[in-house]
Design a protein around this ligand. Structure first.
Ligand code: PHE
Length: 449
């Protein structure tokens, strides 16, 4: 069954895909990962990966998705009917998306909960010493309260997806993405005008290569793929919705640039404030939930306003990413089973929410259950951020570069020879040689280190 769905315009496609790309990865994970692995040193490697591998992967997924007009499991074999086994790559992507969404819901639930905690004044009441704030977060995250917020968040996502590709996803992204940019700029201005802010800027941008280990390079790759939402078939599904006349190269470049700028802006919004208020920048995953509330509290009354703005920003970013995962899973389920969209979305919502609840509990009451020494939550976090996307990404570029008939790649990339010819050669070269080699080297060395 071919899909009838598509975005209404190039702008709509870009907004929806930027919505998918910009998420917790940019605002929650990027700043602390960048800080951990050497600031500017990490940033340089990250930017290379984003543009060299990430953007080419995005273009590859767009080419495959738009050409095949199928969801991932059917898309690969549709382009090479004699190689049905490639459907497994689509399956791997979909399974990865399923785990990512379930885990994403946990973090999104915390974020949604923290909007409430901030608005209600509970965070402000904790004062400015570190211990009560981190205790508050560990009590919050290990309790059952986040489950309520997780469900509220997932329901919001479900309603948007039920609205459809254009009226739901595209329209919501067109409104929320500009809101997000305004919110983040407000925070950047506040952060940069605090006394001593310059130290935070230095921390973010001045390179410390001694901290950039093999693990750091692998983390940069994982982060680049995760942040662009590539390597799991999401962009393949969005690619199948891109209008036929849109230039794939330009579209992917816009998305890549916006995603990277927003990650950097998130760092600029966070680190100067952290330094100015004298906190430890290497706060790790707890940076936004433990360190930032503390930073906001040192700002007095206005701090509560900024804190609420910050958590709304994080929630908006998470929501437009979560809907892309929900959409891809729903579209795949519907294509395979022929169920109605509403029912398909409902099933995906139920399954991912249930698994999300299990992951949420694995932070608290179920933390004694361990896989390879990690709690379930940390285990999937590692799988989602380091292992599965690079593997799926590798197989995707190999398919595009070596398995899919070249005439079709060229035809789709250049809209039947009318656009983007100049960049085709570079695109193909990177997809065939550079990206696979880089992916293999980084994966192998990261795993061995
Ligand atoms: N790109 C999103 C982020 O940065 C996460 C995501 C990954 C969304 C994969 C969809 C698919 O947070």
């Amino acid at each position: 069954m071919t899909q009838q769905k598509s975005f209404s315009s190039n702008l709509g496609a870009i907004m929806a895909a930027v919505g998918s790309a910009v998420g917790l990865g940019n605002i929650w994970r990027f700043p602390y990962t960048c800080g951990k692995y050497g600031g500017g040193a990490f940033l340089i490697v990250y930017i290379c990966f984003v543009f060299l591998i990430g953007s080419v992967l995005m273009m590859s997924e767009f080419v495959i998705g738009r050409r095949a007009q199928h969801t991932p499991i059917k898309a690969f074999p549709a382009l090479r009917p004699d190689r049905k086994g490639w459907g497994l790559v689509g399956l791997l992507g979909i399974v990865t998306s399923f785990f990512i969404l379930s885990q994403y819901l946990v973090l999104s639930g915390w974020t949604t909960g923290y909007i409430w905690e901030s608005l209600s004044g509970s965070l402000a009441a904790l004062g400015t010493s570190a211990a009560p704030i981190s205790n508050y977060f560990s009590q919050f995250s290990t309790g059952t309260k986040p489950i309520l917020f997780l469900v509220i968040f997932a329901l919001l996502g479900l309603f948007i997806v039920l609205g459809g590709v254009q009226k739901g996803i595209e329209n919501v992204s067109k409104v929320l993405m500009p809101v997000l940019v305004v919110l983040i700029l407000v925070l950047c201005v506040r952060s940069l005008t605090l006394p001593g802010a310059v130290k935070g800027v230095e921390y973010l941008f001045s390179p410390d290569f001694s901290k950039l280990t093999g693990e750091g390079i692998l983390a940069a790759l994982g982060q680049a793929l995760f942040s662009l939402s590539v390597g799991m078939g999401i962009m393949l599904v969005y690619g199948s919705y891109i209008p036929v006349n849109d230039n794939i190269f330009k579209t992917a470049m816009w998305i890549t640039v916006c995603d990277t700028l927003i990650a950097i802006l998130a760092g600029v919004a966070i680190f100067p404030a952290v330094f100015s208020c004298g906190f430890d920048p290497a706060g790790g995953p707890g940076l936004v939930f433990c360190v930032l509330p503390n930073v906001f509290n040192t700002m007095g009354g206005a701090g509560q306003v900024f804190s609420t703005i910050f958590f709304i920003l994080l929630m908006v970013a998470a929501l437009t990413s979560a809907i892309s995962l929900l959409e891809a899973l729903t579209a795949t389920l519907c294509e395979h089973t022929g169920t109605r969209r509403g029912i398909g979305a409902g099933i995906v919502f139920l399954l991912t929410t249930l698994l999300g609840v299990v992951f949420s509990l694995s932070v608290g009451p179920l933390s004694h259950i361990k896989l390879a020494g990690y709690t379930l939550f940390d285990f999937v976090d590692r799988l989602n951020s380091i292992y599965l996307p690079p593997l799926c990404a590798l197989l995707t570029v190999i398919f595009l570069g070596w398995v899919m008939p070249e005439t079709e790649v060229l035809d789709e990339f250049t809209n039947h020879g009318t656009v983007g010819r100049r960049f085709y050669g570079v695109f193909r070269f990177v997809a065939r040689y550079v990206a696979p080699v880089a992916l293999i080297v980084v994966m192998v060395s990261g795993i061995l280190s």
